[in-house]
Design a protein around this ligand. Structure first.
Ligand code: FAD
Length: 167
């Protein structure tokens, strides 16, 4: 027998519909936890003039999980790209605090939970730009793997986010 799409399961106090739609703490579908195409499919509504893929989501709409993710990775990798090669102990400590707070406040709660768990097993390495950039690349790869995406070559993170491609 098929599970009805609206049946809810509970994880860490939050709920998920059987069709995979993640609900927020208010019990409503969480926009920043789902992709916009799934949300439109759930509502049965058709968008006015856009195709419902993240790549065509108008830039002045609230972000879905994919738009939020792309912007967030841009910020995170750019922070590592401008991080000093020889940071002070104070900056290293502030960076760890930032990552811990970021992990708690990330607006997709399911993503945030997994990111926090990953960080408990992979303590942030912030002793230099190289270390931090590689660590962030590994963090991103953990999400890529979870989502079934290609793993990025962390030997090239600096080309992607700081210097530009060599070839
Ligand atoms: P993105 O994965 O956003 O990547 C953007 C660009 O970064 C790529 O085009 C590539 O050039 C580059 N890149 C890719 N991998 C790496 C790497 N390892 N190192 C350096 N550069 C790289 N989405 C979910 O659906 N579920 C989740 O649980 C989830 N957790 C997330 C946790 C965090 C902390 C963040 C920031 C995002 C999370 N996301 C999650 C969003 C997800 O990672 C993607 O951002 C989103 O699916 C859009 O993917 P994309 O294919 O457009 O490219």
């Amino acid at each position: 027998t098929e599970t009805p799409a609206k049946q809810e399961t509970e994880t860490s106090g939050y709920k998920k519909l059987a069709n995979g739609i993640v609900l927020g703490p208010d019990g409503k579908p969480c926009r920043t936890c789902n992709d916009v195409a799934s949300l439109f499919a759930l509502s049965g509504k058709k968008p006015k003039s856009i195709t419902t893929t993240a790549s065509t989501l108008p830039s002045d709409c609230p972000p879905d999980v994919e738009a939020l993710g792309r912007s967030s990775w841009t910020l995170l990798h750019s922070i590592t790209a401008t991080y000093p090669t020889n940071p002070t102990p104070q900056l290293q400590s502030e960076t760890k605090t930032f990552l811990s707070t970021f992990g708690k406040l990330y607006p997709c709660w399911v993503c945030a939970e997994d990111f926090q768990t990953w960080m408990t097993r992979n303590t942030p390495r912030v002793s230099s730009r190289g270390e931090f950039g590689t660590w962030m690349c590994e963090a991103h790869n953990a999400v890529n793997e979870k989502l079934g995406k290609d793993v990025f070559d962390c030997g090239r993170w600096e080309e992607r986010w700081r210097t530009g491609w060599k070839d």
